[in-house]
Design a protein. Structure first.
Length: 318
């Protein structure tokens, strides 16, 4: 789907807004491929195109939502009427409302690799099979794996609303992963390897397998250390898991609902001076990077913790 087509579909929905209501329409179109190989054979191969249109209607503080899994005019129109009907039975919320343009222009990010669409399915199958064969030859202690996977997707996302928001974004992502099993005849350990990029050519099967082998074999013979107070150096993946928990508590919604220990503590020291944390949607190598958010506004970096000081939270317009 061309991004302009997505906007045309949503423009037609928003043009049907009635006086006194706010209307927001979102569209996501995805063209994806999934491959799994095992034992020299392709176990799973799926190539699919999916599309959905979501509609939100707000009238007198009452919000109603609905969606359509097809772009047929009648189906989308039925979803709009269902959203209106749902709003009539919703509880009134004086704070309900749609995002409004804030004058910030989206940056330019290269989040799409056009070459991905030209990669033959045979090459994708071969990549998964290469992961499978490389693991078997990588180390005598490798005894198998749970899955050698390749996947990719091209995603077009768009938002249009009666408040003047009109935004669209197109991106690609390609991923490779393998979950390996190692054994020294006394125990079996597991380890994974992952890689993600904007395009097929940026993935390296050898690096994915090497990571999985190192993780799996590195656990062989591992024992529980004696209790002691020591400095711990965390694997980057483990660090990301900890930060994921912290990031959830920095959500404005969690704060508003009283479910965050950081509520009411902006300006306070919450970590060591060597720690800073920010949400950076412009880190183009990150799979979640993007130029517009779910409400159609331009993304921007948000500092959350600076040198140990809590500076803010992640909010939506509500």
């Amino acid at each position: 789907m061309d991004p302009s087509e997505a906007l045309d579909v949503l423009d037609a929905v928003v043009d049907r807004a009635e006086p006194g209501e706010q209307l927001e329409a979102v569209l996501q179109w995805t063209d994806s491929t999934e491959v799994r190989a095992h034992g020299g054979q392709v176990e799973h191969f799926v190539s699919a195109v999916e599309v959905g249109v979501g509609i939100r209607v707000i009238r007198d503080g009452r919000t109603g939502m609905s969606w359509s899994g097809v772009l047929d005019t009648d189906a989308v129109g039925a979803a709009l009427e269902e959203a209106r009907d749902n709003s009539r039975f919703a509880s009134a919320d004086p704070n309900a409302g749609l995002a409004e343009p804030d004058g910030v222009d989206p940056v330019v990010l290269l989040t799409e690799d056009p070459a991905l669409a030209r990669v033959p399915a045979e090459d994708k199958l071969a990549f998964a099979l290469e992961l499978d064969s490389r693991l078997a030859a990588a180390d005598d202690r490798m005894v198998g794996h749970e899955g050698a996977d390749y996947s990719d997707a091209r995603v077009v996302s768009a938002v249009v609303s009666t408040t003047g928001v009109r935004a669209v974004e197109s991106e690609t992502i390609a991923q490779a992963a393998i979950w390996a099993l190692a054994s020294d005849d006394t125990e079996v350990t597991t380890g994974f390897g992952l890689d993600a990029a904007r395009g097929f050519e940026q993935l390296y099967a050898g690096a994915v397998v090497a990571e999985a082998v190192a993780r799996a074999t590195g656990l062989l013979g591992a024992t529980k250390p004696p209790s002691a107070r020591v400095t711990v150096v965390l694997d980057p993946y483990v660090t990301s898991q900890f930060l994921g928990v912290v990031a959830e508590m920095l959500s404005g919604e969690e704060v508003a609902r009283g479910r965050s220990p950081f509520a009411g503590r902006v300006g306070e020291v919450v970590a060591t001076e060597s720690f800073s944390l920010a949400d950076d949607p412009h880190a183009v190598d990150a799979p979640t990077a993007g130029v517009v958010d779910g409400e159609g506004l331009a993304t921007r970096p948000v500092a959350l913790v600076e040198q140990g000081l809590l500076t803010g939270f992640l909010h939506n317009s509500y």
